[in-house]
Design a protein around this ligand. Structure first.
Ligand code: NAP
Length: 483
């Protein structure tokens, strides 16, 4: 069977993949395709259609620095607006022609003879000199493997696969109290007959203080773009200052006091309040920002079930205390496969082993981007590029500069680039040391930031500025094969 050869194959057309495409074009590199499994672009902002879906980092900061949007309607823009922004970015930056929609990649194998990647997709084969994975860390829904799941007689779906047809007017169970549930619950509460929220671990919630941008502000941002840049800079510095608390958990007590006051103001019922009180240091799990979550939980039709789910039965859920809860609809707001992304299973490097086999549940990559033994592979939002305190787009953009540096090196005669295994190992140790004593590792919670081995393989433990400074292509850090 024939295959199409491309210089660069980008997998995924979300913020990462589109950002890569735009920066490549801006750098004068046009020989690339974007392989997207869906028929539409947008990544998580296409997939998450639950009521109330919005960003939880302010829009002026949660957007590309090279594509400011003076038209954001609110500080925290809703999903549809973010998706429209991404579509506009793709149009305005000439990315559409590079898109191969409906191309699900099922295998990416390094071909040592031709020194390139061989890709299998649902619509044919490709070969590529360079593979950029923009597959996202939060793209594969995770529904707990509970006994009896197939026996449930009602409608059940994951928050990221919203079933718009599901009748919400009856008895609804929401399982999970993460960033998705906190947006879903207040936005369906008016519609449901009865809502049971399964809370295994109470989360820290702080006020969002969302507000609309006025017409005047939008006009000002459009006519004098530096005003929006100033707002972005101010938001950037505010988020970076949060890092002080994340790195010094004792300081988080001050913020915790404010969050507890917020809880007390919002939830008058003492017994409910006690159940909602978190028992770990603020920041250990993602901090939830919401103005309407607590008020929703005080409604008569809402019950907070302070237990996990033990099993699913035909009529509903059995909690870990053995109580059966009869419901008509189950919404699994139970998060994503972070430490074992499916992409890792189908990318095979020099040794023939997949990333998943090499990582064994604990992903490692140099600067979160390149992996020893996997030449010319670049991971966007790879291991330890996640953030608990600011906008992921800052990290993605910094990674793109690093990748551009490597791609330019390939343009100068290099054929393969991969990190020196020792440089990668030293980097991983450094990350380990950098995470010690932070709220993520010492905050007394179990979160998806830590993998099955207890390592932080998700977050960058320092400032975004320090990542931007380091994410430059330094020849000496890599093993480079020339033609
Ligand atoms: P999540 O943070 O992983 O939360 C999953 C929830 O499900 C947790 O409360 C967890 O409880 C619970 N859970 C998992 N398995 C369970 C079981 N067997 N029984 C009972 N409860 C169970 O997932 P998410 O809320 O979808 O958010 C994931 C990430 O996506 C966020 O941290 C954020 O980075 C991103 N996100 C962003 C936005 C945004 O505003 N832009 C919105 C949504 C999501 P435990 O806490 O006890 O583990």
């Amino acid at each position: 069977m024939t295959s199409e050869h491309v210089h660069i194959a980008i997998v995924g057309a979300g913020f990462s993949g589109l950002g890569a495409a735009i920066r490549l074009r801006q750098a004068g590199i046009h020989e690339f395709v974007i392989l997207e499994r869906d028929e539409e672009i947008g990544g998580v902002w296409r997939d998450n259609l639950y009521p109330g879906c919005a960003c939880d980092v302010e829009s002026p900061l949660y957007s590309f620095s090279f594509a400011p949007n003076p038209g954001w309607s609110r500080m925290y823009s809703p999903q549809a607006e973010i998706l429209a922004y991404l579509r506009r970015c793709a149009d305005e930056h000439g990315v559409r022609a590079h898109l191969r929609l409906g191309h699900a990649v099922s295998e990416a194998v390094w071909d040592p003879d031709h020194r390139r990647w061989a890709l299998e997709t649902s619509r044919g084969r490709f070969t590529a000199d360079v593979l950029i994975a923009g597959t996202g860390g939060l793209s594969e829904p995770r529904v707990p493997e509970l006994r009896g799941r197939e026996r449930f007689e009602g409608r059940a779906f994951h928050s990221a696969r919203w079933d718009a047809e599901a009748p919400l007017s009856g008895r609804v169970a929401v399982v999970g109290t993460g960033a998705s549930a906190v947006q879903i619950v207040p936005n369906i509460v008016d519609r449901v007959g009865q809502l049971k929220l399964f809370q295994r671990t109470p989360a820290w919630v702080v006020p969002r203080k969302d507000r609309a941008f006025s017409r005047l502000e939008q006009r000002m941002f459009a006519l004098a773009p530096f005003t929006q840049r100033m707002l972005r800079a101010q938001l950037y510095l505010r988020h970076e200052s949060f890092l002080l608390g994340f790195r010094n958990p004792a300081l988080m007590r001050l913020v915790q006091r404010r969050a507890l006051r917020y809880l007390a103001d919002q939830v008058p019922d003492r017994e409910l309040r006690a159940r909602l009180r978190p028992n770990f240091t603020l920041g250990c799990k993602r901090i939830l920002v919401s103005d309407d979550y607590y008020p929703a939980l005080t409604r008569d039709k809402v019950e907070v079930v302070s237990a996990g789910v033990r099993e699913v039965v035909g009529s509903g859920l059995v909690d870990t205390e053995g109580r059966t809860h009869e419901v008509d609809t189950i919404i699994w707001a139970t998060g994503f496969e972070v430490a074992e992304p499916p992409f890792a299973r189908y990318v095979r490097g020099r040794s023939g082993d997949s990333l998943a086999q090499v990582w064994r549940g604990s992903p490692k990559a140099y600067l979160g981007t390149t992996v020893a033994g996997f030449p010319n592979l670049f991971l966007l939002t790879g291991p330890n590029t996640g953030l608990g305190h600011s906008s992921m787009l800052l990290m993605i953009e910094a990674q793109l500069e690093l990748i551009l540096g490597a791609v330019r090196e390939l343009g100068r005669g290099a054929v393969t680039i991969e990190p020196d295994p020792q440089v990668q190992a030293r980097f991983v140790e450094e990350i380990e040391r950098g995470g010690a004593g932070t709220v993520w590792t010492a905050g007394g919670c179990s979160s998806w930031y830590l993998d099955g081995t207890g390592r932080n393989s998700t977050l960058w433990p320092w400032s975004t500025f320090s990542y931007m400074r380091r994410a430059k292509f330094e020849r000496g850090d890599y093993v480079i094969e020339d033609a």
